[in-house]
Design a protein around this ligand. Structure first.
Ligand code: GLA
Length: 403
């Protein structure tokens, strides 16, 4: 199935989509709550280069996408919190001062994590959520829930927090409250995204530069395998642990490194026989992926989409062979995209183990891509992919107002 395929209709369709979503949210608000809410939005993200580099203190290159999570919010005076979602269970009523992680609460744990971190200064609040991102597809619907919640709460504490502080708030909630040892990229891109730009983020200094992306020349197509990740958080946390073990192993050989980012090619070459092969493969991916991300940014700045695409292709191979986060479906979809004329490059994106590939496609060949790639993928796997064409977009904001 192809979603938003008609290029000329894309913008109008999305606007309609958002207006309909907002109308449903306002109707649900009137049923569940009272008074006039304010509306906040935070987008999902897609990462172009820099796979699994954020928690290794490396460099990543995401864009905020033009879909995400809306939250309607209204403060309360009694320190109670009421949470509803248009499309997710459960609805909850809780006390702001005793918010605890509860596995059965699913999505609401993300909201609780942000509220718990701000409880000392925040009022009680009614919150109603609704989104238009595919869930579990690797576009970080969870970060968009976190950042939308943080944007709402920040509004009620008189914007005391900077955007960078909101990012830390959300990251802390995901790591310490929800228990996923993710890096900072998803929250950062959702908060700092900029229209028609990629965010080149140094995850150690936590500063970024904006890299123009010429959407008139190339399209970012997210290709969903429709195969959801299994045990993803467990496997994701395994990779984080392995990287820590790799740093320790290199230190034992006399290399001074606090994160895999600190290793050089020479460190790798000098220690090839001394480091456990699995840990070595993880380190090799990180060192070469940092090089690819830098090279990709340089290529984009020159307007060289061919070289940029080549970096994506190599990134997929490294994710598959060295970091081992691919799956048969991701390989089939990346291969189908990379074999199609007009694809500059494609690779798995997000955590991997299922979910999506991202392809950068020549605008003039988009029609071919949208008909040939699903056919090739279906032939190989029997599955029909979903294609989403995204434009890099603005980060979190109050709707009809600034963040
Ligand atoms: C997940 C995590 C991110 C990042 C990516 C891999 O999406 O949430 O922090 O590590 O995987 O690049």
């Amino acid at each position: 199935m192809i979603v938003e395929y008609n290029r000329n209709a894309t913008v109008a369709a999305l606007e309609l989509d958002q207006n309909e979503l907002l109308a449903s949210l306002h109707a649900a608000w009137r049923r569940e709550f009272s008074g006039e809410p304010e509306v906040f939005f935070a987008p999902g993200r897609v990462n172009l280069l820099g796979a699994h580099l954020d928690y290794n203190e490396g460099f990543v290159l995401p864009a905020a996408v033009d879909r995400g999570t809306f939250v309607l919010a209204r403060p309360r005076e009694d320190r109670r919190v009421r949470l509803h979602s248009l499309d997710r269970e459960p609805s909850l009523e809780l006390d702001l001062d005793s918010l605890l992680y509860t596995q059965a609460h699913g999505w609401a744990n993300y909201v609780k994590g942000v509220l718990a971190a701000a409880a000392a200064e925040s009022p009680g609040v009614d919150l109603l959520f609704g989104g238009n991102l595919p869930i579990g597809a690797g576009l970080s619907s969870s970060a968009s829930i976190l950042v939308a919640t943080a944007a709402a709460v920040n509004h009620y504490i008189h914007k005391k927090r900077s955007t960078a502080e909101l990012v830390h708030w959300c990251h802390g909630a995901e790591v310490h409250f929800v228990g996923v040892r993710c890096g900072i990229m998803d929250h950062y891109a959702s908060a700092f995204g900029r229209s028609d730009h990629l965010i080149y983020l140094d995850c150690r200094s936590q500063t970024h530069r904006e890299v123009p992306f010429r959407s008139d020349a190339a399209a970012i197509v997210v290709c969903d395998t429709t195969k959801r990740r299994e045990l993803s958080d467990g496997k994701f946390n395994d990779r984080v642990r392995e990287c820590g073990e790799a740093v320790a192993a290199f230190n034992r050989e006399g290399v001074r490194a606090t994160a895999l980012r600190d290793l050089s090619r020479a460190d790798l070459e000098a220690n090839i026989t001394k480091i456990d092969p699995l840990l070595y493969r993880r380190a090799l991916h990180v060192v070469t992926e940092i090089e690819r991300t830098r090279a990709g940014v340089d290529a984009l700045r020159r307007g060289d989409f061919i070289q940029f695409g080549e970096n994506l292709r190599q990134s997929h191979r490294s994710c598959r062979d060295y970091y081992e986060v691919s799956s048969p479906e991701l390989d089939a979809l990346a291969d189908a995209a990379n074999a199609t004329k007009g694809t500059f490059g494609a690779r798995l994106t997000g955590a991997g183990f299922g979910g999506c590939c991202v392809a950068v496609v020549d605008r003039a060949e988009l029609d071919r891509f949208c008909s040939e790639v699903p056919a090739l993928y279906k032939k190989k796997t029997g599955l029909s992919p979903r294609l989403h064409i995204f434009k890099p977009s603005f980060g979190a904001r109050r709707v009809a107002g600034d963040l």
